[in-house]
Design a protein. Structure first.
Length: 337
């Protein structure tokens, strides 16, 4: 195991650092201090090169020139909060009068302080930031940390912790990671399995109504492995919250390369998203080699407590009481069978 650090340009006049975690199997992940972004997930290929399993950019500015939240850390609260409000609090609006992914100044907009650690079986980078209301518009102060760990079992773990200050606050973070496990610029060879019987019904602005909808006889049924591209032809892009039954949230696999990503989470929701409406956003990922990205070129798997939980008692508790600490975990295990 080893850790390398190097400069990755500047954003808003702040120096950005890339931290590389490399295990004994020649698998590597890299993270950026800006936005605590998960930048790359490199796995060996047969010709002794590396394949990046994530949609990524070669330039830090490219992460912030589009609305897709590519591989960024999302917080304080992932997903949408209806009417940008909670009790008597007004929250920052950035999506049709609602709050989306922590608002316009969420976790992804800050350059984080970091430290690293390594032993014979794992390497980690810990990002830390103290955020108050003047910074992101959420009530209460929070000391947030995000820990990325790569181990020799080829598992990437992300641990989120929040410590509240003198007031209660909200905490429901996630990673907006986009995967493409293939050598193609689409999802035609990808299959997905999700351990969920129900999705959330949403309104025209993707705000949950509170109703659970059974996936039976719908294009959203991924209880058994199903080709993603075939589903996308029926529903014109995924942007849906699944109600999870187990800690094993989902398995994504590419039939052509035999690569797999196994997702575990300690929370009850998985938002699955594909960028159907990417045209006109002038996006070109590293894998595109200079050409514009295709729609649905990757798939985001965002483990979290169900969106808008503060307005639905049965969705889960995302309130972080004053002076208390809460931690959450997501893991992504790579296999190549």
């Amino acid at each position: 195991m080893k850790i390398l650090q190097e400069a990755f340009g500047e954003y808003n006049d702040e120096k950005v650092t890339r931290i590389r975690l490399i295990n004994d199997n020649n698998i590597e992940i890299s993270c950026l201090s800006m936005g605590a972004i998960w930048h790359q997930f490199l796995v060996p290929t047969k010709d002794k090169e590396h394949q990046n399993l994530l949609l990524s950019f070669d330039n830090i500015n490219d992460y912030y020139s589009n609305p897709q939240n590519i591989c960024k850390s999302i917080g304080r609260v992932a997903g949408r909060i209806k009417n940008a409000s909670y009790k008597h609090y007004k929250l920052p609006q950035n999506d049709h009068g609602n709050t989306l992914h922590g608002g316009p100044h969420g976790f992804s907009t800050w350059n984080w302080e970091y430290s690293t650690s390594v032993d014979e079986n794992r390497a980690s980078v810990t990002f830390q930031k103290k955020i108050d209301e003047s910074m992101d518009g959420f009530f209460g102060e929070i000391q947030a940390s995000i820990v990325y760990t790569l181990d020799n079992q080829n598992k990437v773990s992300i641990a989120y912790s929040g410590i509240a200050g003198e007031e209660d606050t909200l905490f429901n973070p996630t990673c907006h990671v986009y995967f493409n496990l293939s050598n193609r610029r689409d999802l035609t060879t990808h299959e997905l399995q999700i351990n969920s019987d129900h999705i959330l019904e949403t309104d025209e602005y993707l705000i949950p109504t509170g109703k659970f909808i059974a996936v039976d006889n719908t294009p959203y049924d991924f209880r058994h492995f199903k080709n993603i591209e075939s589903a996308l032809k029926e529903i014109k892009g995924l942007d849906i919250a699944y109600v999870l039954k187990t800690n094993l949230a989902a398995i994504l696999k590419d039939k052509e390369s035999k690569r797999q990503i196994i997702v575990h989470s300690d929370r009850n929701g998985l938002v699955v998203y594909t960028p159907e409406k990417i045209e006109g956003q002038n996006i070109s990922f590293s894998r595109d080699k200079g050409t514009l990205a295709n729609k649905n070129e990757g798939i985001a798997l965002e483990a979290q407590t169900l969106p808008d939980a503060i307005h639905h008692e049965n969705f889960g508790d995302i309130i972080l009481p004053r002076h208390s600490k809460q931690s959450y975990y997501i893991s992504f295990t790579f296999k190549n069978d």
